[in-house]
Design a protein. Sequence first.
Length: 364
Amino acid sequence: MKTNLLNFDLNGLTQYFAQMGEKPFRAKQVMRWIHQSGASDFDEMTDLAKSLRAKLNENAVVEVPKLMTAQESSDGTRKWLLDVGTGNGVETVFIPESERGTLCISSQIGCALECTFCSTGRQGFNRNLTAAEIIGQLWWANKALGVTPKNERIISNVVMMGMGEPLANFDNVVTALNIMLDDHGYGLSRRRVTVSTSGMIPQMDRLKEVMPVALAVSLHASNDAVRDQIVPLNKKYPLKELMAACRRYLEKAPRDFVTFEYVMLDGVNDQAQHARELIQLVRDVPCKFNLIPFNSFPNSGYNRSTNANIQVFRDILQQAGFVVTVRKTRGDDIDAACGQLAGQVKDKTRRQQKWQQVMLEQRG
């Protein structure tokens, strides 16, 4: 089987070429061809010796996920379903804004964490994505979007907020992050790459040491009782421990705050009392809040908070001195909004069957 070079960051690529008897600068050359020029054919890499190109053609490939479907929203958001084999597909979303272009990347086929309000979680879980399948989403999107008239890349920011829990696929995600940040890869700033987590504390501590990019925490509740219900991981890593982990992470983070993501669920976590509890919860954690109006999906069992409740909630936090944004719903008409990514998952957990049974019982 040929080696897929997309699985290697610069260190891995350098070791690969060393095993072939090649000098380290060859790794930098090839990395630039793959990630900056979008080359997938070794014969395109014209500054490599013909003998090296022949060796690569014999032993290696640059294999990216293949496109299954592409959709474009009325607001310009684009979503791609990419084939990751054996009947599975993952979704990648591009969100254009006036000041930046953000790509939302998936890290797993499905998700094992079972957050009750998330469409991805309802799909069950198949496996972790390889580093090639993670970085391949950025490679593919760059190719699809092209460049600006000034020959600048359209994608300026990357968020690991697609399908899956990134820190549950730690090593492959870190390899992909290395490639994103490397000047021979995509040259992105640590401040412009964000990893989102539901609160896997040991992995947060590891990430702080090896790859301190911007951090977003899927909080979604102001107390353990509510969070235990909607984010089951909280039973293992409760809020007090999570806040301590956030403070530790900020010791080396490229931004001096953590972003707390908070999905607004009608009657569940959106009352004034919840906002006041949040203020007490995060009082020692430099942070900002991103309030996310719930994006519905079939049989979700939840409703979006009213605009009035969201406004009261936001105002309470702002009056306490916090920076608060209310996320605009983007790509809702193509199911590309936050919490809606479902992809195509050959579930190994039987979770889809469980939820179907729950729905049948509720209807009965």
